[in-house]
Design a protein around this ligand. Structure first.
Ligand code: ZN
Length: 468
C-alpha cells in the first residue's frame, strides 16, 4: 500500500513521499483571530487534523504548523468596536479558538506562530524580495512585482488576461500592475504599526505564511493545506513570494478542502445566522461534528443542514454505542482477555482494517473508510449477540477500532475523559513527589503537563488544573 494524495498543483493524485522519510512538514493556513470560529472554518481544521493523524498513524513524525493572523484590518476594526487593543482582541479569540478545537477533538498544532511575534522574519523576507527585484516600494507601501515571477498563476491556473479584466475596476495607481499585491502597508495615523525600512506600517496578509513556513519548516514543505477559497489569491501569492526568493518549490503537495454550503433555514433558526462552532458544540457532540465532516470526501462540497446533522448524529451514536458495549463486555470479564481470538473474528477484522487503510491511502477517502468502521460495528454487534464469543474476541475488536479511531476520532469525548484521568494521576504523583521533596520529579511533571496544554494553579483549595 502506498499513500496517494491529490496535489492541486498537478491536478492529479500522486504517490506521497516526504523529503525525509518518516518526517512530514505540514503547514495549514490558520485563522484571523477577530471573531468566533464558524462551521466553514472548522472544515479545514478537522480535515487536516485527520490527515495529520493518518500520517502519524502510519509512522511519520509530523511537524504541524498553523499560524494566527493577529493583526489586520478586521482586528483593527474589532478593537475599535470593543473599545480595546488589537492585542486584547487577539488574546480573546485565540483562547476561543483553542477551546473550540479541543472541543472538536482536534490536536493542538506543533506550533502556532503569530504575525505580531514574527515581525522581524517578515520584514527580512520582504527586504530580500526587494533586493532581488521582486518587490518595490511606493509611498510607504511595498508591493510584489508579479511581472518578474514567470510562474505567477500556476497553482490556481488563473488566466492573467481574465485576471486583469477582473481587477481593472479597482486599479490602484501605486501598483505597477493590477495583480501586484501588497507585502507591507504604511500605517494610517493612530493605527497599530511596526518600524520597518519603509517606515511605520504592518505586513500584508500573504507574506506571513511564506515567512513563517520558511523559518520553522525550511524552504520546501511537504504538505501545504487550506480551504479551496485560499487557492487564489492567498496560496498563489505565497508561492510567488517564497519561490522567487528560494528558487525552490514552496510545497511538494498542495491540498485544498471543498466548500461548505449553508442554506438551511431550520439550522439558521436553531443556531442564528452565525453558525458558530461554539453554539453547534452545545447542540451536537464532537463525534457528530467530526462524523459530519469526514463522511464526505474532503475535496467535495458539503451541505450543512439540520437533516445532515441529525443523520450524522444517528450514525455517530451507532458507532459510539458499539464501542462502549464492546468495552463494557471486556470490563465485565474478570478472567481477562487472555488467549487467542477466534479465527473467524481475526479474519473479519483483518479484512476490515485492510479495507480501511486502502481507502485512507486513496487520497484520504474517509467516507469509504467510515464504511469499514460500519463493517466493524456489524461485526461487533454480532459478536456481542453471540454467547460463545471469547473475551479475546472483544479485545481484538477493540484493538482494531482503536486503530481506525486514532485517525478519525469519532468518539473524542471518551479521549477527553481518559486525558482528564491521566492529568489527575500526574497531579497526584506530583503532590506525592513534593511531599517527598523530590523537586526534580515535581518539575518534570509540571513540564509534562505543560506540554499536554495543562496549566497548574495553586489555590487555597489545593492544586487546580485548566487547559491553556
Ligand atoms: Zn497562508
Amino acid at each position: 500500500m502506498a499513500l496517494q494524495i491529490y496535489n492541486t498543483m498537478s491536478r492529479s493524485k500522486e504517490l506521497f513521499a516526504p523529503q525525509e522519510p518518516g518526517k512530514v512538514k505540514m503547514y495549514v493556513c490558520g485563522p484571523t483571530v477577530y471573531g468566533y470560529m464558524h462551521i466553514g472554518n472548522a472544515r479545514p481544521i478537522i480535515v487536516f487534523d485527520m490527515v495529520r493523524n493518518y500520517l502519524e498513524h502510519i509512522g511519520n513524525e509530523v511537524q504541524y504548523i498553523t499560524n494566527f493572523t493577529d493583526v489586520d484590518d478586521k482586528l483593527i476594526r474589532k478593537a475599535e468596536e470593543m473599545n480595546t487593543t488589537v492585542a486584547e482582541v487577539a488574546e480573546i479569540f485565540i483562547a476561543a479558538y483553542r477551546e473550540d478545537i479541543a472541543g472538536l477533538g482536534v490536536k493542538p498544532a506543533t506550533m502556532n506562530p503569530r504575525v505580531t511575534q514574527s515581525m522581524d522574519l517578515i520584514i527580512e523576507f520582504i527586504k530580500e524580495l526587494e533586493e532581488k527585484g521582486y518587490a518595490y516600494e511606493n509611498g510607504g507601501d511595498v508591493y510584489y512585482r508579479t511581472a518578474k515571477f514567470a510562474d505567477y498563476g500556476k497553482l490556481s491556473r488563473q488566466n492573467l488576461e481574465e485576471l486583469h479584466f477582473g481587477i481593472r475596476v479597482e486599479v490602484d495607481s501605486r501598483k505597477e500592475k493590477p495583480e501586484d499585491f501588497v507585502l507591507w502597508k504604511a500605517a494610517k495615523p493612530g493605527e497599530v504599526h511596526w518600524h520597518s525600512p519603509w517606515g511605520e506600517g504592518r505586513p500584508g496578509w500573504h507574506i506571513e505564511c511564506s515567512a513563517m513556513a520558511r523559518e520553522f519548516l525550511g524552504d520546501t514543505i511537504d504538505i501545504h493545506g487550506g480551504g479551496q477559497d485560499l487557492q487564489f489569491p492567498h496560496h498563489e501569492c505565497e508561492c510567488a513570494q517564497t519561490e522567487a526568493l528560494t528558487g525552490k518549490p514552496l510545497s511538494n503537495y498542495w491540498m485544498h478542502n471543498g466548500f461548505i454550503n449553508i442554506g438551511d433555514e431550520k439550522m439558521s433558526k436553531s443556531l442564528g445566522n452565525g453558525h458558530l462552532v461554539k453554539d453547534i458544540r452545545e447542540r451536537f457532540k464532537a463525534g457528530t461534528i467530526r462524523y459530519f465532516m469526514l463522511s464526505t470526501h474532503y475535496r467535495n462540497p458539503l451541505n450543512f443542514t439540520e437533516e445532515s446533522m441529525l443523520s450524522a448524529e444517528k450514525s455517530a451514536e451507532r458507532i459510539a454505542l458499539a464501542e462502549s458495549n464492546v468495552k463494557h463486555r471486556l470490563e465485565l470479564d474478570s478472567a481477562g482477555a487472555e488467549g487467542e481470538a477466534s479465527g473467524q473474528i481475526t479474519g473479519h477484522l483483518s479484512a476490515i482494517i485492510n479495507n480501511f487503510h486502502a481507502k485512507m491511502q486513496d487520497d484520504f477517502n474517509t467516507p469509504d473508510a467510515i464504511t469499514a468502521v460500519f463493517d466493524w460495528v456489524s461485526l461487533a454487534n454480532n459478536t456481542l449477540a453471540n454467547t460463545d464469543a471469547l473475551s479475546a474476541d472483544f479485545a481484538a475488536l477493540l484493538k482494531v477500532f482503536a486503530e481506525m479511531n486514532a485517525v478519525l476520532r469519532l468518539t473524542p469525548e471518551r479521549d477527553e475523559e481518559a486525558a482528564g484521568e491521566e492529568v489527575e494521576r500526574l497531579i497526584a504523583e506530583r503532590a506525592e513527589a513534593r511531599k517527598n521533596k523530590n523537586w526534580s520529579r515535581s518539575d518534570e511533571i509540571r513540564d509534562e503537563l505543560n506540554a499536554m496544554g495543562i496549566l497548574l494553579e495553586d489555590t487555597p483549595q489545593g492544586m487546580r488544573w485548566r487547559r491553556k
